[in-house]
Design a protein around this ligand. Sequence first.
Ligand code: HSE
Length: 420
Amino acid sequence: MPTVVRLGLLGLGTVGSGLVEIVSKSGSVIESKSGVRLEIVKALVKTKDKPRPLESDKLTFDPDEVFYHPEIDIVVEVMGGIEPAKGYILKALESGKGVVTANKAVLAQYGTEIFEQAKRHGKQLGFEASVCGGIPLIRALSSGMIANDIDDLVGILNGTSNFILTRMYKEKLSYDEALAMAQDRGFAEADPTFDVEGIDAAHKLIVLTELTFQTKATLEDLEREGITKIDPIDIHVADEFGFVIKPLAVAKRTGASLNLRVHPTLVPFEHPLGAVSDEFNAVMVRGDATGEMIFHGKGAGSLPTASAVLSDIIEIARNPTGGIIWNPAASQRFEKSEGRTRYYLRFPIEDRPGVIGRIATSLGDHGISITHALAKLDSSAGNVMIVTHEASESEVNAAMVDIAATVVLRGEPLSLRILG
Ligand code: HSE
């Protein structure tokens, strides 16, 4: 006899609808592989007057019909945002339900409180879908690689910004066109600022840091830059120089401290992360026993994310007293990286005699040596793009300040790291 697991959904948008689709299409295959029969009992929605993949008697406006429904075993939070999602997760655990969530923003800010609530009520909380969509990364880190000490992790954690940069590169779409396409395909957050300003990737990096390094982290512990300062010229010049621009997230342990960063980075063509396109995510982790591992797959979208939600549901159904140990301590120091790296720099300039020489001299004065340089000027203005040998962030920042003081700039200069 199969174990029957009855689900209550909080939200029936992109991910919730994907879950209904997979259960109706593949429910019997899931049952024969796992011994678990899934039934969707209720779904909390904001409106009933649009087409829904569930019968109307299963839709409700009242969250209590989900929390206190006697037949519901697992509550699935796929509504996103902080409130009311956080309060609903706590209430569902309190009312004795297992919970599965895709909500990285809530976990990044309130993970400790939520896991304490789960422990207090002896319930499981699954969050595979919160990071990297369909890639079973949480399970790999918390189970498959549990025997490893991990010192660094680098990856592409936001599908929307990777999609935008890919389409600007491959199809020469404008930023706005590429963002609209990402929204249309259900990749972007309700507020896409979270995607393009690196906040979503930062939330995911915090979840991974708390899990992998068992260290409590906040947005303030991170260096964060989004993709909004990237101009099409950066993408195409990076290509001429042998690089592709990717939205990277990095967590690195150096001695007693951790460095957490989210920013667009030039990645060499031959690097595995350089080939990760569109809404795909990838994470490279180095375990002391396994060595380097790479996880790659769709990081956003209805079905990949719903697949991860379902994997948690089956896991809870099969192992109701198990669960991931979430116990981050506030012991680790966070430090800005002073490590040396190569840089890509762009200066939007007025074309005046000697301007390129002055930029090169300022860089030289700060000990920064140039490997590639290119000027693209139309009539009286344009951009100077430079790739440097390795330099420290403070050297680059000091040179940028000097250059801004001695050269007539038409806008903000840009500096991007190059992945070594
Ligand atoms: N907006 C997110 C992304 C969805 O683009 O990666 C998946 O978390």
